[in-house]
Design a protein around this ligand. Structure first.
Ligand code: DON
Length: 303
């Protein structure tokens, strides 16, 4: 696979989206992102690392962190997690409240905000420090000891977090949180507000391409658990656009409103693309275009 050539073509496709989509501003600290920034990186299971554009420039990880909180909650707690959160696509926006009411406070999946709050809660019970566990995992796998929560973004999320607070309180009213709402929200914001890069994320996400094996060769989770996480990424990782993402890109992937998308080629590589302009569903316009081009040109997808 000629990764540098593929990345160049993907970057050209991303640059052609200039002007389409909007930078997230419902968290005011995210609105300062450079709309035309673009980066992309690939880490292969053989240990190759390639990047183009702003692939080493930090951006806000946002919901891409939900992949890591889920993986750690599954790795430490096993199947019990699924008693409190489902694994069906929601067909609704990532911060929607509507399904929770009729579905008894059990969120549809771990990637919508409601589900991620439950995952953060369980991870906090297991580790005593949910956001610290996510940061530590990201640091170890990426080999970047400086990776950290951006306190300005975390504070901005908390200050404008009425929807997430409403979700958390509603879930708690159904008895589906084990920790106080304030603790869960604090740790959820802290892991969403981590500043990271395409480089860091492909290295940190590679365990999913290696069927559960970490960078140091130890096993985080079983092959079957890895398959399940990749399956939930494919069906739910890009929210109510998961069908469109599967159609265009054909890979399990997780997006965030910082503009990053981390996608997995099982058995081969982790790929991350980043561009801050988002479509209606909250997925990066440039990153989807880049990933679409990469899989279309290479013929590599899970299909
Ligand atoms: O809670 C929020 O709204 C953000 N911290 C994360 C949302 C997000 O990234 C959705 N992804 N596209």
């Amino acid at each position: 696979m000629d990764w540098p050539v593929l990345l160049e073509a993907a970057e050209a496709a991303a640059r052609a989206t200039t002007g389409r989509g909007r930078v997230a501003d419902y968290i005011p600290a995210l609105a300062t992102a450079d709309p035309e920034a673009f980066g992309m990186a690939v880490a292969t299971v053989e240990g190759e690392l390639h990047g183009v554009g702003d692939w080493q420039r930090p951006f806000s990880v946002q919901s891409v962190s939900k992949l890591f909180s889920l993986a750690l909650a599954v790795a430490y707690g096993g199947d019990t997690l699924w008693q409190g959160v489902g694994r069906e696509p929601s067909g609704n926006p990532f911060n929607s409240l509507v399904q929770l009411e009729t579905e008894h406070g059990i969120p549809r999946n771990p990637f919508i905000n409601a589900g991620a709050l439950v995952v953060t809660d369980r991870l906090h019970t297991m580790t005593g420090d949910a956001s610290g566990a996510v940061r530590e995992f990201l640091r170890r796998e990426s080999g970047n000891p400086l990776l950290d929560t951006d306190p300005v973004v975390a504070a901005s999320e908390a200050e404008h977090g009425h929807r997430n607070a409403a979700l958390a309180h509603f879930i708690a009213s159904h008895g589906n949180l084990e920790n106080p709402v304030e603790t869960v929200l604090e740790h959820y914001y802290a892991h969403c507000a981590v500043a990271t890069s395409c480089r860091d994320l492909v290295l940190a996400g590679s365990f999913l391409a290696r069927y559960g094996v970490r960078a140091d060769g130890t096993r985080l989770m079983s092959r079957s658990e890895t398959k399940r996480i990749n399956a939930v990424l494919l069906t739910c990782g890009t929210y109510d656009a998961a069908g469109e993402f599967a159609f265009r890109v054909g890979l399990p992937g997780k997006s965030g409103v910082g503009g990053g998308i981390l996608a997995i080629l099982p058995g081969r590589a982790a790929v991350c693309a980043w561009g801050p302009r988002l479509d209606q569903a909250g997925n990066s316009v440039a990153a989807v275009a880049a990933l679409d081009t990469l899989t279309t040109l290479s013929g590599c997808s899970v299909f």
